[in-house]
Design a protein around this ligand. Structure first.
Ligand code: URP
Ligand code: ZN
Ligand code: ZN
Length: 476
């Protein structure tokens, strides 16, 4: 019997802190040695000239989420995790949405049933709290945090999801008590409703007015308010999917003040702009997401946030709807106004190649920062590190081997999610993950899926190191 199950030989292994030419020895789904000269293995993978990176951790993904009457998400757990794998991501963190009147446990039971046996990569659920009843706040959430659901998202906008300030404070207080991390979608709901009504009255209903209805001030104000509410409760907070400088500056300001405020930005804010919503006919709906993509100066601000550490996480916010589909972007009501176009765009498969190409290959960030933003930091922030997010002895052998010389044109059939388009179609990409491995099993080789669905597992998580632990609270 061979000493190791697999050896990845001859590549450059990169973590968030280092790059080193060495081999990786894997057995039982874990990394068991780093070094040179390993040869006694059942399988040898030649990584000469390649970068051997931790598989990506995408901390912001929506799969099989209820999306309103007549609207169906394009991705279930099978297709969404397939696309993740093809793009070099080995763990995704989708949201389990609590619908109004529903218990969190019931929402989780239904969500687990959808994921069971379907996943190609590992998954771990965040919760979305839409109905913070006494039962939810007093009983369910504390028990679920103990069970490893250690982060929850709240919304400051969207019909049926938006919490008012008092509700936000209540949820944050539970996070303070239990040591959970709150993620906030920061946009001012009333301002968006006001803008939407004004635009509709003026007959401005085309997809591009989605962006007009949600100007930067709407996001900046809500970001500042979320930070202030978190300060009142004395709890850390993660501001997700930040799209522009003014919102980014709120986070920077809070960080400089000593508050534990974390930030995330996403692919769309680096490479898309508001102009993309201005396509022929309904084409602009392909880019409708919230917050909307802004302008080139906002893209630069997001790059700055990634470089300087204001943002510690880079995610996809993958939330796919088919384009040519009445249950997707071309819902009949969406033709009457942008208000009804489902919000969200695909990106779980394109996230890493775009950041690699636009970030690492252009010199905007180095490869260690790439690993930090896309794997190590999300794993750390959400309680999965060092099992995930690094290549170290004892870590899961979740690995993506990248060919930095591969040049290609991105098309939807390369990312293979459940949508019928990618918003990044036609982009020139340099660098591609030629092999993806989850817990020691190769699931993608040379752009082809070779793994079986069902290999991916759900992971319970530890508390975030950023969260206030119940112990810290009592000793403070
Ligand atoms: O438009 C977006 N971002 N849709 C996904 C849901 C969310 O707000 O993250
Ligand atoms: Zn959101
Ligand atoms: Zn989202």
């Amino acid at each position: 019997m061979a000493q190791f199950d697999t050896v990845i030989r001859g590549g450059t292994v990169v973590t968030a802190g280092d790059r080193i030419a060495c081999d990786v020895a894997i057995s039982g789904g874990r990394v068991i040695a780093l070094g040179t000269g390993f040869s006694d293995a059942a399988e040898i993978i030649d990584a000469t000239g390649k970068w051997v990176l931790p598989g990506g951790v995408d901390a912001h993904v929506h799969l099989s989420q209820p999306s309103g009457e007549g609207i169906v998400m394009a991705d279930d757990f099978e297709t969404g995790t397939r696309s993740a794998a093809l793009g070099g991501t080995t763990t995704v963190m989708p949201f389990c949405l609590q619908e109004k009147g529903q218990s969190l446990r019931a929402a989780l039971t239904a969500y687990h049933a959808k994921a069971a046996g379907a996943c190609h990569v590992d998954v771990s659920f965040h919760l979305i709290i839409s109905d913070p009843t006494d039962q939810v706040l007093g009983q369910e959430l504390p028990a679920l945090v103990e069970d490893g659901y250690t982060s929850f998202k709240i919304f400051m906008t969207y019909e049926g999801l938006a919490l008012n300030d008092r509700e936000i404070l209540d949820v944050m207080a539970v996070a303070r008590e239990t040591g959970a991390l709150v993620m906030v979608h920061a946009e001012n709901y009333d301002a968006i409703r006001f803008m939407t009504e004004q635009l509709e009255k003026a007959g401005r209903t085309a997809p591009r007015f989605h962006a007009t209805s949600r100007p930067v001030a709407v996001e900046r104000e809500a970001t500042h308010r979320a930070i202030s509410l978190a300060e009142v409760v004395d709890v850390p907070v993660m501001i997700v999917h930040v799209s522009n400088r003014e919102a980014m500056e709120q986070i920077r300001w809070a960080q400089q003040k000593g508050l534990t405020v974390l930030g995330e930005t996403c692919t769309q804010y680096l490479v898309l702009t508001e102009q993309d919503l201005d396509g022929l006919g309904m084409e602009g709906t392909k880019y409708v997401c919230s917050p909307p993509p802004r302008d080139v100066a906002s893209q630069e601000a997001c790059w700055e946030g990634l470089r300087t550490g204001v943002f510690n996480i880079f995610s996809s916010d993958h939330c796919a709807f088919r384009y040519d589909d009445p249950q997707g972007k071309l819902t009949p009501k969406g033709r009457t106004s942008f208000r009804w176009v489902p919000n969200g765009i695909p990106g779980v498969g394109a996230r890493l190649p775009i950041l690699f190409s636009e970030g690492v290959m252009t010199g905007r960030i180095d490869i260690e920062r790439f690993v930090a933003l896309t794997a190590a930091n999300p794993a750390k922030t959400y309680g999965l590190y060092p099992r995930k997010g690094t290549i170290a002895v004892g870590s899961d052998a979740d690995i993506a081997i990248w060919d930095p010389t591969r040049k290609l044109t991105l098309t939807h059939d390369m990312v293979r999610d459940g949508a019928d388009y990618t918003p990044y179609e036609g982009r020139q990409i340099t660098g591609w993950p030629v092999l993806t491995m989850v817990r020691g099993r190769t699931i993608v080789r040379d752009g082809a899926l070779v793994g079986e669905k069902g290999h991916g597992l759900h992971l319970a998580r530890a508390r975030s190191p950023y969260a206030k632990t119940p112990e810290a609270k009592t000793s403070a």
